[in-house]
Ligand binder design. Structure first.
Ligand code: SAM
Length: 282
């Protein structure tokens, strides 16, 4: 987050739009909306469950958001109830949103991809309940209503969104695709949609007028793609799910007219008090 914030602050002017095409939990895009980094924020993801959450929160009716909060509040955590929601046929968008949140909280490691197992002993020895904090979820959902007007979510292919803003030199892109380029291929297990053509993605990014930042596992294939397109590569230390420090790559493509500002945009008061408030799908 600090690296992305610094990068946005170094751009020549305030971006017209902040685009996160593989948004998932979208913590960066949501922070961008909260802190007014750009004129607007556009998120997209192909995953049906992820999409249902953002559609309900940002494009649903107030009554749908309220319904979701009530369901979370009243949900009794038993294996039977969890199974019923996860395996059941959610019809409406708000039902799918509930299913997504339950999956995210009850499946091991928050993994939403098919075949993820349910929590057993759990983080605090409480099994299924160990990551289920209904009050916190409701608080975060309500907090996110403050940035409703600033965020557009679309369930569409990342390449389509990138193409849509390709000619806008004031658009900036934060691109965090599933990590399937390197040998570890962690993205294969974590997401339903993980089949990304990374060569195509780098070509698409090379062709846009605006600035872009991509994040990846530190894999030789990624470094080679970045070198080929003349993008800048830096590494950042991150903690993985097992609290081990691993290094990730930040790959940046400057906008066509280069960088300008050295100081950041004037700090606006964020709409959300803390970043944790935005952390709904984690
Ligand atoms: C690494 S995750 C993004 C994580 C995100 N940055 C966050 O903060 O949670 C990648 C996401 O890309 C989505 N995805 C995969 N292929 C896609 C595509 N072609 N178009 C849009 N989204 C896609 C997956 O569903 C997944 O949610």
């Amino acid at each position: 987050m600090p690296e992305v914030r610094r990068w946005v602050a170094s751009l020549k002017s305030k971006p017209s739009v902040f685009v996160e095409p593989f948004s998932g939990g979208g913590i960066i895009a949501l922070t961008a909306a909260s802190e007014g980094w750009a004129g607007k924020v556009h998120m997209s993801d192909l995953d049906e469950d992820v999409a249902a959450v953002w559609r309900t929160l940002f494009h649903g009716k107030t009554s749908d958001v309220q319904w979701l909060c009530e369901q979370i509040d009243e949900f009794e955590v038993t294996l039977e109830n969890v199974r019923e929601v996860i395996d059941g046929r959610a019809r409406s968008t708000r039902e799918k949103a509930l299913r997504a949140l339950i999956k995210n909280r009850m499946q091991r490691g928050g993994i939403m991809g098919p075949g993820a197992g349910l929590l057993k002993a759990g983080e605090a020895g409480k099994g299924l309940k160990s990551r289920w904090y209904p009050e916190t979820l409701i608080k975060r959902i309500n907090a996110l209503q403050f940035i409703r007007g600033a965020v557009t979510f679309e369930k569409t292919d990342a390449f389509a969104i990138i193409k849509h803003y390709a000619r806008d030199e004031d658009a900036v892109f934060f691109i965090d695709p599933p990590y399937t380029a390197g040998k570890k291929a962690a993205g294969l297990r974590l997401y339903r949609h993980c089949d990304v053509d990374h060569e195509h993605l780098f070509r698409a990014v090379a062709s846009i007028s605006g600035a872009a930042m991509l994040t990846y596992d530190d894999a030789p294939e990624v470094r080679e793609l970045a070198r080929h397109h003349g993008f800048r590569v830096t590494t950042v230390p991150m903690k993985n799910a097992h609290h081990a420090v691993i290094h990730e790559l930040l790959v940046t493509k400057p906008c066509a007219s280069g960088m300008g500002r050295t100081t950041g945009p004037s700090r606006v008061r964020p709409l959300l008090k803390t970043l944790a408030e935005a952390n709904l799908l984690e």
